[in-house]
Write a protein that binds this ligand. Sequence first.
Ligand code: AMP
Ligand code: GLY
Length: 426
Amino acid sequence: MKVLVVGGGGREHALCWTIAASPLCHKLYCAPGNAGIAEEAECVPIGAEDVDALVAFAQKEAIDFVVVGPEGALVLGLVDRLAEIGVKAFGPSAAAARLEGSKGFTKDLCAKYDIPTAAYARFTDAEAAKAYVRDQGAPIVVKADGLAAGKGVTVAMTEAEALAAIDEAMAGGAFGAAGAELVVEAFLEGEEASFFALVDGETALPLVTAQDHKRAYDGDEGPNTGGMGAYSPAPVMTRALIDRTMAEIIEPTVKAMQAEGCPFKGVLYAGLMITKKGPELIEYNVRFGDPECQVILMRLMSDLLPALIASADGVLSSFDLRWYDEAALTVVMAAKGYPGSYEKGTEIRGLDVAPGNSDDVKVFHAGTKRGEAGALLATGGRVLNVTAMAPTIKEAQARAYVAVDKIDWPGGFCRRDIGWRAIARG
Ligand code: AMP
Ligand code: GLY
């Protein structure tokens, strides 16, 4: 098969690394890819949200299967457009991608089908939103309805913060069109967890559990990021919680989307709050988490590609995935300054020696390119994902940091405590 992966981050490097190993794949492309992905796939210079160019490329090259990494193109309808020209793809239609593309859509779906989530209201008028906040009081959470690159959520501990967030989104246009509508919802207390399942429209197949660290600095302090590291398994997701999450959240959602005439296919990524009452939905994403994907795929023993095709074909019910029992952990190395402003183009050395001789260490590239003389240069905020597998999370952590310390990149930084919560649980 000729396969095209869309995206150019660490998640897509892990996808390409995994798919390239499939006996079903004889030619792999990635758009736009990065310097690490170039070792697995032929990179084509098309942006991950350039739907027209991606569709034209798939047609010209007679691509058999497209795997879409990031949410942008899914929400824009890439999978629908590919279907129109007879190209099969892994990922939801635009209508099903509303689970991530519109928080209001998801909240209404939860309300209609009795899926546990925080009480909420939707607003297109700032004054009405403010009146609701004054009535409900703080803490309260204000969310831009649409895609806001992970920045559209304000967890307001005071009423004043919530009112300011409403102004910023609606009058200030901080999130553009994505913030023209808001969801205001109750603050949920508990421990956060993530849950991933492959879905084929009808059947959901849970993946191994994984958890990321969202804050930039050690101790889970500092600004929110896309994720500074991740580990799998996530001990917070006990067997009992997995079963409840499947029965109370994932399966009802899959049924609801079918009933609404927009069956969901792809990977459903639930952000959960484990409250006193049980798991409640914070939000859905319609794609693999980044960097959670990297640790999940590190543990996958089965061939990924047939599973992704089964999701697209609606035949997951006859499918099973096998996993290594070992734990996996990834440390994100980011450009100094991230998630604020940072320098681009700094040189990275030592990647050839970092993994040592171990198959259990893999450095995925999240934001790199080759300079003219072949030097490896950082091009993004999150740049490398140093990933290790070992019998326990603690050993995987130690192994990952041994590799991190061999990387010579004065322009970068990383957290030194990825996995601490899981290790503290024992
Ligand atoms: P998001 O950008 O949508 O991933 O949300 C950012 C973070 O806001 C989440 O990871 C949670 O920590 C927090 N959050 C979102 N909704 C709520 C809520 N209803 N109650 C408490 N925390 C929340
Ligand atoms: N790691 C969080 C995300 O992919 O959204």
